[in-house]
Design a protein around this ligand. Structure first.
Ligand code: CUA
Length: 319
């Protein structure tokens, strides 16, 4: 039926089929409605064209049940589509806790990735099939958008914050990766390939890349090199909060509010320390804005997460 033309990319993630079902349902409904309305317009235009003997005596009254009926039906259809889409949206926003985490960084004009073991890739991303993978995204300059059509997933990488996208790639193969946000002259060339491998092959591939410093280990090194450990370390004389296990815990602030120590909080605390002061501490921490780049920030955040028992990175850091 497709005459050899590919109308849609292959479905290669756990969410792709769900997205397509919703898309084709909305498309089919719209097409049906368009055909019905167009048919009625043409039918009545022909029937009541000038000069026909069609009966024109009918009353032009209003029917309350009819008006309530079509208004109610339209609202119901709109809400069904909304609920369907919202359910899918929430699903694609809730990664499983055991997901493999890969740090992605967009910059003009390439994608770079770092696996938990420190292995780096440029414009290539290797992932295991059948396992949940989280790609945490940051941008070094402008807004980019990580887009893999075969996964039916797209997520912006926004300067100044970390965004996430997760997927279970269910079919081994090579799939196009694009930047889907105009980001300058070479935007159209910013892309590459996602290679989905059977888990055993992925493990072999990872091992063949050689052991590099892991993300969390790099963060630990920076934590000492930048002097963070001087204040936040256990033997420090300066009063600064101990960061062990802070990730994922609520933090009491000096303005009596409480925030969750998520990635955004850690990132903000490094770049804009005056924004949220932990209760009981003086606002003496200097900002590291401009002193460290996005990739170093990702390492520091990975290190801080590794200090927390609830983090999947813990095993990596203790090696
Ligand atoms: Cu990066 Cu477009």
């Amino acid at each position: 039926m497709s005459f050899g033309i590919h109308f849609a990319p292959p479905q290669a993630s756990s969410v792709a089929g769900k997205v397509d079902t919703l898309f084709y349902a909305v498309l089919g409904f719209s097409a049906g409605l368009t055909l019905l309305l167009t048919g009625l317009i043409v039918f009545y235009a022909v029937k009541y064209r000038a000069g026909t003997s069609a009966d024109r005596t009918g009353a032009r009254g209003r029917s309350l049940p009819l008006e309530i009926g079509w208004t109610g039906a339209s609202v119901a259809v709109a809400f069904i589509i909304f609920a369907w889409g919202a359910e899918l949206f929430v699903y694609r926003d809730q990664p499983p806790t055991d997901a493999l985490e890969i740090a992605g960084l967009g910059k003009q004009w390439m994608w770079t990735f770092r696996h938990a073991g420190g292995q780096r890739e440029i414009n290539e991303l290797h992932v295991p099939a059948g396992k949940p993978v989280i790609v945490s995204l940051a941008s070094q300059d402008v807004i980019h958008s990580f887009y893999v059509p075969a996964f039916r997933l797209k997520q912006d990488a926004v300067p100044g914050r970390t965004t996430h996208l997760w997927f279970i790639a269910d079919k081994p193969g090579r799939y196009h990766l694009f930047c889907a946000e105009y980001c300058g002259t070479q935007h159209s060339e910013m892309g590459g390939w996602v290679t989905v491998m059977p888990p055993e092959e992925y493990t072999k591939w990872l091992a063949a890349q050689g052991q590099d410093e892991s993300l969390a280990e790099g963060g630990a090194r920076l934590f000492r090199a930048l002097g963070c450990s001087g204040c936040h370390g256990p033997s420090s004389k300066v009063r600064a909060p101990d960061l062990t296990g802070i990730y994922g815990k609520p933090v009491a602030l000096s303005n009596s509010q409480t925030v969750m120590a998520d990635e955004t909080y850690l990132r903000d605390s490094i770049l804009q320390p005056a924004k949220q002061i932990a209760a009981g501490y003086d606002p003496i921490m200097p900002s590291f804005d401009g002193l460290i780049n996005e990739s170093e920030l990702q390492m520091l955040v990975a290190y801080l997460k590794s200090l927390s028992a609830s983090s999947p990175l813990r095993g990596e850091a203790s090696q």
